[in-house]
Design a protein around this ligand. Structure first.
Ligand SMILES: Cc1cc2nc3c(=O)[nH]c(=O)nc-3n(C[C@H](O)[C@H](O)[C@H](O)COP(=O)(O)OP(=O)(O)OC[C@H]3O[C@@H](n4cnc5c(N)ncnc54)[C@H](O)[C@@H]3O)c2cc1C
Length: 566
């Protein structure tokens, strides 16, 4: 029997990210995937800002950018009556190079990394190559989970290889990253709640090498064709020579015809594949049971409008990963793994809601369509103007949601200190930096030196414009940030945290920008860069903070809890 610490089922982007994070934390894992090879069909194509920050911490962001859409390529979104016609509406979106320059030019707490367009069929094999380089992770393709049994101290999983051999794997924890039809979720008897089977679409992949250079309205990533009721939607893939088309069509062959019509000019192409996919807005009623958890599409299914599918799953993976590692290392208390569902399910529900809003925005501008839209008449012009006006407002619900992508906060988490009051709106589509406990630590550029108590653990420092990103100085354990030259003695808190056995670094950050953005002299950050506690004095009950941070006890709104806030 194979024995491991964590068995991950499914080598989609979420299972691969989880394996990478766990593997880098030194956890022994087995990753099984029922298919013989990584995905061949196109699905997602945009890693959002938060996912790219996560990949930066894993040391792979620039490798992903090297494999993805060239850094200088515009990410604009267009509405037009065909690819050959002038744009009716145009939403300019920065290229990665432009966005990086903007990030470098500002120190206002905005996310450290911009998005990256990379096709799922490029991303998955790349992530797989990183995971396969980790000595403590075993990757088995052509190996399907059939069933599992939970025991008091382990899970016994029965798997079958594509050659028909049966095997058993004993694992301390089992994580189902096995997609929308998750075997793990079904075996746990967990239902999906929300709206299923909303509509079926066809997606076709085209090789059309000349198109990118020939689009009169300009280069971009998304082209919406104003042709109802089909509404062809053409998406640039990372090579710039491949394109996908999403549309309602009655047959696969019709997809080639719709693509030809949408081009509106003679351009050669080959249709490489067609597949059907179904839109859902669903979230699992629970995220696990006992030693078994679910993550990614196994736990939530969104309409990809807004790109909150894989990106939400990557957030699940890094929330779960350090909690598993801490529990296996012995210092993680019982609240750590219990907090996974309490933190991530509300984000799953919130992102389903944001995806619904993005989709209804799209439906709203589509409703302005009229068959006379192409006519060279005042009526035709009025239809085009109205659709463009609505597009300019409604399509932003898809492209301008940085707050949803990077501003999520674990409201009411048992492992984040509860402060009195409501805190900033956790559903704000606009990103507003905050250090309210449960939020992700905002990015800050540092001009002046950082003094970690153990310089050897400094994390992947990268300089930009002679400055370093604070995120890059934070290690894989907890970080206590001492800001603005504070002279407060934090020894009691440090001692309380160290007594739990949890890894802790203390960083003195004299930089004024950090103190200004963070608003407090002291900030305690956990391994996934979410904030546990903040204050400006040494807390009276440092042990309670340490116990909440490491999941020994659950945070409450008790008076003692509030008293400890500095
Ligand atoms: C058209 C389209 C466009 C999209 N665009 C975006 C986008 O731009 N941004 C975004 O964030 N998301 C997007 N998504 C969603 C994104 O593709 C999914 O959210 C993502 O693939 C989920 O990753 P996952 O790893 O959770 O699951 P999956 O990618 O579904 O991977 C699950 C894996 O588990 C394997 N598996 C299943 N059962 C078993 C078993 N019993 N044993 C072993 N292995 C098993 C499967 O073979 C599969 O490889 C899009 C989706 C579609 C359809």
């Amino acid at each position: 029997m194979v024995e491991t610490q964590v068995l991950i089922v499914g080598a989609g982007p979420v299972g691969l990210t989880l394996a990478l994070d766990l593997g880098q934390r030194g956890v022994r894992c087995v990753l099984i995937e029922r298919n013989e090879a990584s995905i061949q069909l196109p699905k997602m194509e945009r890693c959002n800002a938060r996912t790219m920050e996560i990949y930066r911490r894993l040391g792979i962001a620039e490798k992903i950018r090297d494999a993805g859409l060239p850094r200088g390529a515009p990410m604009d979104v267009f509405l037009a009556t065909s690819m050959a016609d002038p744009a009716l509406a145009h939403l300019p979106c920065s290229s990665v190079a432009e966005a990086k320059n903007e990030i470098a030019a500002h120190n206002d707490g905005r996310p450290l990394e911009p998005y990256q367009l990379i096709s799922q069929y490029t991303l998955e094999p790349l992530l797989r190559s990183f995971v396969e380089g980790l000595p403590n992770v075993t990757v088995l393709f052509g190996c399907e989970l059939e069933s599992f049994i939970q025991e008091s101290d382990s899970v016994i999983a029965h798997v079958r290889t594509s050659k028909g051999a049966d095997a058993t794997i004993r694992t301390a924890y089992l994580i189902g990253c096995d997609g929308g039809s998750s075997t793990v979720r079904k075996q746990l008897g967990i239902q999906l709640v929300g709206e299923g089977n909303i509509r079926k679409l066809r997606q076709a992949l085209f090789h059309c090498p000349d198109l990118y250079e020939r689009i009169p309205m300009g280069k971009g990533r998304h082209y919406h064709i104003a042709e109802g009721p089909v509404f062809p939607f053409i998406i640039l893939q990372d090579s710039t020579r491949h394109w996908t088309l999403h549309a309602t069509a009655s047959s696969d062959a019709e997809m080639a015809e719709i693509f030809r019509r949408s081009l509106g000019m003679p351009v050669e192409f080959d249709m490489l594949s067609v597949n059907e996919w179904t839109q859902h807005l669903l979230c699992a009623e629970r995220y696990g049971e006992g030693r078994v958890f679910i993550a990614g599409d196994a736990a939530h299914l969104v309409i990809p409008t807004g790109g909150l599918g894989m990106n939400t799953g990557v957030g699940d993976a890094v929330d779960l990963s350090w909690k598993l590692a801490a529990t296996l290392a012995g210092w993680g208390g019982p609240q750590l793994l219990a907090s996974y569902e309490k933190e991530r399910r509300p984000i799953g529900l919130r992102n389903v809601k944001a995806s619904r809003a993005a989709m209804s925005g799209r439906l709203s501008w589509r409703a302005a369509h009229h068959p006379d839209i192409r006519k060279d008449t005042p009526e035709g012009a009025a239809i085009r103007a109205e659709m463009a006006r609505r597009f300019d407002v409604e399509q932003r619900k898809v492209t301008e949601i940085l707050g949803i992508e990077a501003g999520y906060r674990y409201v009411g988490s048992p492992i984040a200190w509860h402060e009195p009051g409501e805190g900033p709106d956790p559903d704000n589509p606009e990103y507003v930096p905050t250090t309210w406990p449960g939020a992700r630590l905002p990015h800050v550029w540092l001009d002046r030196s950082v003094t970690p108590d153990n310089a050897a653990t400094t994390y992947n420092p990268a300089t930009t414009h002679n400055r370093t990103a604070l995120h890059d100085h934070l290690g894989t354990g907890y970080s206590l940030l001492r800001l603005g030259g504070t002279r407060v003695d934090t020894a009691i808190l440090e001692k309380a945290l160290s007594a739990t056995g949890a890894p802790l670094e203390v960083l003195d950050i004299r930089d004024e920008a950090a103190r200004e953005i963070y608003g407090f002299d002291l900030v305690l950050v956990r391994p996934d860069l979410h904030i546990v506690w903040r204050g400006s004095q040494v807390p009276h009950d440092a042990q309670a903070i340490a116990a909440v941070a490491t999941g020994q006890i659950a945070a409450t709104d008790s008076a003692a809890n509030r008293k400890a806030s500095g």
